[in-house]
Design a protein around this ligand. Sequence first.
Ligand SMILES: [Zn+2]
Ligand SMILES: [Zn+2]
Length: 104
Amino acid sequence: MSYKCFACGKTVYQTEVLKILGREYHKRCFRCKTCNRVLTMKSYKALDGNPYCQAHYPNVSEHGAQMNYGQQEKKEEQQEEQQEYQEEQQEEYQEEQQQEEEYY
Ligand SMILES: [Zn+2]
Ligand SMILES: [Zn+2]
């Protein structure tokens, strides 16, 4: 069983099909109509049968836009935390190595 991708017109096999809005897409072909970013079932918003990302969904209220902005900030915070954690781990590793050298 196979389908035709609505975006690129090529065959989509059942293992890679994304059925959304009554159409079939390759997972990698399901993109925001404005910025071409690949979307997922969870992250897309639909208008007139076209998928958009959160940022480019037309007619978003001011409130909705502010909410998106907050999510973006949170993401960056998490990335910073992860970087700090990785640096700490590296320092610990280096200390361990130095100790070993002294021991021998
Ligand atoms: Zn496709
Ligand atoms: Zn977009």
